[in-house]
Design a protein around this ligand. Structure first.
Ligand SMILES: [Zn+2]
Length: 381
């Protein structure tokens, strides 16, 4: 596989180099043949080293070729990208650093090499150096969309929400967009950080700001309800859950364990609210989450009692297995169901389709916010 990719890299590089040399000959007509010849030996030696799997020596030779002709810088950029795609980040970095060290590099190629080097660092996981490099690009071109997007992604990875939010504002200005849902999720993450530092007032202000920014932000309604449950404000907590149910009902089951674990709120308002939601849509995932929460907080008989009150009959195979895992103890199918349940992927991204066991607000694959949904099995009847 490595050899096949290397061979492809060599062939592509040769094709472009030969084309450049041929074009030069065509353009220059009676150009000095010695000048042309000077490029050939290092080129051939470079190709030879590549074929004998000695990429570092090959690079050294190809540097000579690149020094002799400005056009070959583009070949160099292509070669760097191929190394990066192959996962050889160190080599890609060396290629791009060599290019940047050249005093004769035209401005547009200089910027391309800067960007390529930043992407090398990011792809290689050297996020601090990648940020520095993207920062250099943004100093020269403050509206550089790719550098802004990449910096935003790195800040999100590092959970640096405030800087991420500033970058998103800049991006919105440059693109002429309004990513209100994205802003709302970032504000909610900022609120969660404040809450972890016990700054409840700041957290509430931020979460309020998030809901104003985009009422479809499910995480904000959930955090609001969570804070109110902690402060024993049962009525307003249920109010937030009602808003969640209206804006994004598929996330309501995520709230149920917290509600059931708070007996005051659950008994005074929560149970009636959940029963209303159940009767409205007969959502199987809501029923399962509720029965599971009661089973975990109390016992199997309380869970069975709730099932009877709800008149819940599972309609899908997965619901049958979940109930089996929850309510039955000592038979082989219950054991197998528990094992199945622990590895079951429960959420999927509606943008890119990636599936996970645990819920998360930002998709790790396509990086979109609020695109993870609980997976629903088609009902069998
Ligand atoms: Zn995705």
């Amino acid at each position: 596989m490595t050899n096949a990719i290397l061979l492809a890299a060599v062939l592509a590089a040769c094709a472009v180099l030969i084309w450049v040399v041929w074009k030069q000959q065509g353009n220059q007509g009676n150009s000095n043949p010695e000048q042309e010849d000077a490029r050939i030996p290092p080129l051939l030696r470079g190709i030879n080293f590549l074929l004998s799997d000695e990429p570092d020596r090959a690079l050294k030779e190809l540097v000579h070729v690149a020094k002799l002709q400005t056009e070959t810088a583009e070949v160099y950029l292509a070669l760097g990208e191929m190394f990066r795609n192959k996962g050889e980040f160190g080599r890609a970095v060396r290629i791009h650093q060599n290019l940047l060290a050249r005093p004769d590099l035209p401005n547009h190629l200089h910027m391309q090499a800067q960007l390529a080097l930043a992407v090398d660092f990011q792809a290689g996981g050297l996020l601090g150096r990648a940020l520095q490099q993207f920062g250099r690009i943004l100093n020269a071109q403050p509206a550089h969309i790719q550098a802004l997007e990449a910096s935003l992604r790195i800040r999100e990875q590092g959970r640096e929400w405030e800087i991420a939010e500033e970058l998103l504002q800049r991006l919105d200005q440059v693109r002429g967009t309004s990513s209100s849902l994205h802003h709302a999720y970032l504000l909610t993450e900022m609120a969660r950080q404040k809450l972890a530092k016990r700054d409840e007032e700041k957290a509430l202000a931020l979460v309020q700001q998030a809901i104003e920014r985009d009422p479809a932000c499910a995480a904000a309604h959930m955090l609001f309800a969570e804070i109110d449950l902690k402060r024993a404000h049962a009525e307003t907590a249920i109010g937030s859950m009602q808003q969640l149910h209206a804006a994004a009902p598929h996330y309501l089951p995520l709230m149920i364990p917290m509600l059931v674990a708070n007996p005051g709120a659950y008994e005074s308002h929560g149970k009636v609210f959940l029963m209303q939601c159940w009767q409205e849509k007969h959502d199987e995932l809501l029923a399962l989450a509720w029965i599971r929460a009661i089973r975990n907080e109390h016992d199997v008989s309380a869970a069975r009692k709730l099932m009877a009150e709800m008149q819940f009959e599972p309609q899908s195979l997965s619901a049958c297995l979940h109930l089996k895992a929850l309510l039955d103890d000592d038979d082989p199918l219950a054991h197998a169901s528990r094992k199945w349940q622990s590895t079951q992927k429960n959420v999927a991204c509606v943008e890119c389709g990636v599936k996970f066991v645990e819920m998360r607000w930002q998709c790790p694959q396509c990086h979109e916010w609020g695109t993870m949904r609980p997976i629903r099995e088609k009902e069998t009847t």
